[in-house]
Design a protein. Structure first.
Length: 327
């Protein structure tokens, strides 16, 4: 059985169930790298040039982990996932960068995904990918249908039940790790989080941000809990046309949280990434207008856990006091 490696980084948090269903439908086995840790980050960073963003360094570390554990690695070149909104160029260049920087990587399955080129082109690309596993077109068709069904169920479940991708994945593939409510310091605070899924849900990159907030008793809202259509509508109501794929996860989510009257918003981004700063700025201005507390966390591989926790505690403390005074 062919083993397909899937790095637990970047597109993993949104599309892993769909990829797994597709490859298994073709008779392959999927192998996923473990959650990010120090060794994975260091090994990825050792291959990347200095100015590469943290999530891509982490991605390279995951690919390196998969070398010799699988027969091929799935690294799509994502240009656009529709609505004429584009992913950042790093996503498009991932397969080529990986080939150049990790020459020992097994063969890379690198379909170029650009939904703006239409359905027909997408099916051609998927059938070409499927030929790596089988010449039976019917089998590929069935695998595509099953993968799409799984993908819809996954995203519907997150918005319906108000859970994160991590909780949804735990529910689907393993038993759920219960969060210890600790001292329950924040019994009634609702905190919205905005940012890229691969930053929000990678506990090593963000020093277990969600876990910490939940352990303090806070109720967390993340973009997946809102639902794709609601994010899109909220985003376009503020900025009109969408340009970047993740704009809805930042501007759309921020606006939805503000409409839902959250007690505070935390934005999480990696250090030095231009477009994010502009998007975050839109939400920050709206939060200021509506007098909703806003905290921006900028992360890189040198971000100290202690410093981050101190900022988080100070922010939550301020939000709680403000809420008590306004009640
Ligand atoms: S959007 Fe920013 S953080 Fe994400 S991969 Fe591109 S450069 Fe890196």
């Amino acid at each position: 059985m062919i083993k397909v490696g899937i790095p637990r980084a970047l597109y993993y948090y949104q599309y892993y169930p769909m990829c797994k269903a597709f490859f298994e439908g073709l008779g392959a086995e999927t192998v996923v790298s473990p959650p990010t840790n120090k060794a994975i980050l260091s090994s990825g960073a050792s291959r990347a040039v200095g100015e590469t963003c943290l999530p891509v360094k982490v991605f390279f570390g995951h690919v390196k982990f998969l070398v010799e554990k699988c027969d091929c690695v799935f690294i799509p070149a994502i240009r656009s996932l529709g609505r004429k909104a584009y992913h950042c160029s790093k996503f498009l260049g991932l397969p080529d960068m990986t080939k150049a920087l990790i020459p020992e990587c097994p063969p890379i399955l690198d379909p170029e995904i650009d939904l703006n080129q239409g359905r027909r082109r997408l099916y051609q690309i998927i059938y070409t990918l499927g030929r790596y596993f089988t010449s039976d077109k019917g089998k590929v068709k069935k695998a595509v249908e099953e993968a799409w069904k799984v993908n819809l169920a996954y995203s519907n479940r997150m918005s319906r039940e108000g859970i994160t991708p991590i909780q949804a994945l735990e529910g689907i593939y393993q038993s759920k790790e219960e969060v210890d409510p600790g001292d329950n310091m924040l019994p009634s605070l609702r905190i919205g989080i905005i940012g890229h899924p691969y930053v929000i849900y990678d506990d090593y990159i963000n020093h277990r941000l969600i876990f910490r907030l939940q352990a303090m008793g806070g109720e967390i809202l993340t973009p997946e809990m809102v639902g794709e259509e609601a994010l899109y509508i909220a985003m376009t109501s503020l900025v009109g046309k969408q340009h970047w794929s993740f704009e809805a996860d930042i501007i759309g989510a921020g606006e939805c949280y503000l409409e839902a009257k959250v007690d505070g918003i935390i934005s999480v981004a990696v250090f030095g990434y231009g477009p994010d700063s502009m998007l975050i700025n839109v939400v920050q201005r709206r939060a200021r207008e509506l007098k909703t507390p806003f905290l921006h966390l900028s992360l890189d591989e040198h971000t100290s856990e202690g410093g981050l926790v101190t900022r988080l505690e100070a922010f939550l403390d301020m939000v709680e006091r403000r809420k008590r005074i306004c009640a």
